[in-house]
Design a protein. Structure first.
Length: 318
């Protein structure tokens, strides 16, 4: 068994939040009765990413009045979360497949069945009704927070309005399937919908919870679905003096279980010289495509053929 990292966070008891005011378990919707955006926040896209669940529980325990539009809070892959075991915490990532690769209509409306597809089909009406979405994640390897803005620049602009974190990401998606933040209008440059995915840090670092709470409160303040002063009073982290955008140009996808890295695994690490070998799988070698290639979320934690093991990008001016 792989070495188990330090578990600094205690998974929350979600029993009290199973039955909300919708017909779907672990989904709570609050409506102001006044015009405004439909806002959605999701935690537990992956069952081992508990920082977002802690943030949503804190919000539900101190729920303010909704001043405009509506707010939906969803604990997503609760079936996987229920399998969490501190002695083997990675196994609770999903039950059958990655919940964040099933958001294309071909998967949701197709004949396949899995625990994750059943849950996504139940949450699809809430996702499709949302105008503004925040999906709270964490990472397998230690790394400073990253805001994943999908494949469209409008989401990066929204992250700049949010003001956190320091590093923003425009990427190329995943060959294994569509993410929630790419679904429908979220991935359409012409749509007014916006979606952000915050990677708060390593899964079980105490700081990941702090980032999750801070980002959630800033997001609620930006949407103005709750009182802005109320939300900002509950932030505890200083925003970065500047934000930088990494634009991914290619994904390194494992071809076999023989995949290995040829450089140290450092999230947002920089490979200085173009042509430097980065990873190898059999006879195939991936090399840095340009000087100062940024390694976005490199990981050996979920190695399998077809999985994205790292994304390669470069910083560009904002």
């Amino acid at each position: 068994m792989a070495e188990v990292p330090a578990i600094e966070l205690t998974p929350p008891d979600l029993t009290a939040w199973r039955r909300g005011n919708t017909d779907v378990d672990y989904v709570h919707r609050f409506d102001s009765g006044r015009p405004g955006p439909s806002v959605m926040v999701q935690a537990l896209t992956h069952g081992n990413e508990i920082c977002g669940a802690l943030a949503l529980v804190q919000l539900l325990q101190d729920m303010p009045a909704i001043r405009q539009g509506s707010l939906t809070l969803a604990f997503a892959n609760v079936e996987a979360f229920a399998r969490f075991d501190a002695a083997d915490p990675h196994r609770s990532r999903f039950v059958d497949e990655d919940y964040n690769r099933v958001w294309g209509d071909d998967a949701l409306s197709g004949p396949r069945d899995s625990a994750e597809l059943r849950r996504a089909r139940a949450l699809r009406p809430f996702v499709d009704a949302a105008d503004l979405l925040l999906d709270i994640h964490s990472m397998h390897e230690p790394c400073r927070p990253i805001m994943v803005c999908g494949r469209v620049d409008k989401n990066a602009a929204y992250a700049r309005a949010l003001g956190v974190p320091a590093d923003l990401l425009i990427d190329t998606g995943h060959p294994a399937g569509l993410r929630m933040i790419e679904r429908g209008g979220f991935g359409d440059p012409a749509s007014d919908k916006r979606a952000l995915l915050i990677e708060c840090g390593q899964h079980w670092e105490r700081s990941a919870r702090d980032v999750a709470v801070d980002t959630l409160m800033r997001f609620l303040a930006l949407t103005e679905v709750v009182d802005r002063d109320w939300a900002l009073a509950r932030t505890a982290l200083a925003p970065p003096p500047v934000q930088r955008l990494v634009r991914v140009t290619e994904a390194v996808v494992a071809r076999s279980m023989d995949f290995r890295f040829l450089v140290p695994l450092q999230g947002l690490g920089v490979v200085e010289r173009a042509g430097t070998p980065i990873a190898q799988d059999g006879d195939h070698v991936w090399r840095a495509p340009y000087d100062r290639t940024v390694l976005v979320m490199p990981s050996m934690g979920h190695l399998r053929p077809g999985n994205t093991q790292v994304r390669l990008g470069r910083y560009e001016p904002i």
